[in-house]
Design a protein around this ligand. Structure first.
Ligand code: 13P
Length: 250
């Protein structure tokens, strides 16, 4: 069974205008060329400029969301094909800030995954429990239910990534214990194998939520942790590159 190449992806969220491209350039200049995949997911307005600025560098570009339809009367939305044309090869889908702030359901996330695949984008599909769900002892059930309902069968044989991002760990400086991260990642892996058979061993499972230079190496060394989805710390090249450097084998 081949181990997936780790992926360290930066989610810039609604941050960054033109001047922030200097950080992206610094990340590109310091990104390793082997052993790890490095990606940046800027706001839609920066995707094309970042893809141009980083052309040829070992950094993949991703969107942060896309619509489930290829085109149409959907004011304010961006299609997967538009992201692809702008230079993205990845797209984050089902982030908790979309699920909570825009009422996205698992079914809608699954439809967006289909759209991403149609356009040739590799989806990074996010799942994660709230604090109340963890305190109620339901974290594993919530996360594995989200995986089952947000990942369509058409992912079979396709490149994709799952990101476990506990809602309560995002932007708070809090992280689950290392044992808790391992437990959830192993449950996600078991669910992927249940859904996709032996091919379910292939996708990397990322951890996200307050990943910083000081905790990245210990998290990235955990079983079934195949990389990280990084928010705040991805906005600064020095911090993001320090996290990348914490990837085992890099
Ligand atoms: P922070 O790293 O800022 O906690 O954000 C995590 C996240 O939501 C990445 O998608």
């Amino acid at each position: 069974m081949t181990t997936p190449t780790p992926l360290i992806a930066g989610n810039w969220k609604m941050n960054g205008t033109g001047p922030a491209l200097s950080e992206a350039r610094a990340i590109a200049a310091g990104a390793p060329t082997a052993g790890v995949r490095v990606a940046l997911c800027p706001a839609a307005t920066l995707v094309e400029r970042m893809a141009t600025a980083l052309a040829g560098a070992p950094v993949e570009i991703g969107g942060q969301d896309c619509h489930s339809q290829a085109s149409g009367a959907f004011t304010g939305d961006v299609s997967a094909e538009m992201l692809r044309e702008a230079g993205a090869t990845l797209v984050i889908l089902g982030h908790s800030e979309r699920r909570a702030g825009h009422g996205e359901t698992d079914e809608q996330v699954a439809a967006k995954v289909e759209a991403a695949l149609q356009a040739g984008l590799e989806p990074i599909i996010c799942v994660g429990e709230t604090r109340a769900e963890r305190e109620a002892g339901r974290a594993l059930a919530v996360v594995t239910d989200q995986v089952r309902a947000s990942l369509p069968g058409s992912l079979t044989g396709k490149a994709f990534t799952v990101a476990y991002e506990p809602v309560w760990a995002i932007g708070t400086g809090l992280t689950p214990s290392l044992d808790d991260i391992t437990e959830v990642h192993q449950a996600i892996r078991a669910t992927l194998v249940e859904m996709f058979g032996p091919a379910g061993a292939a996708p990397a499972i990322l951890y996200g939520g307050s990943v910083k230079p000081n905790n990245a190496a210990e998290i990235l060394a955990l079983p079934e942790v195949g990389g990280a989805l990084v928010g705040g710390a991805s906005l600064k090249a020095s911090e993001f590159l320090a996290i990348v450097a914490g990837t085992p084998g890099v």
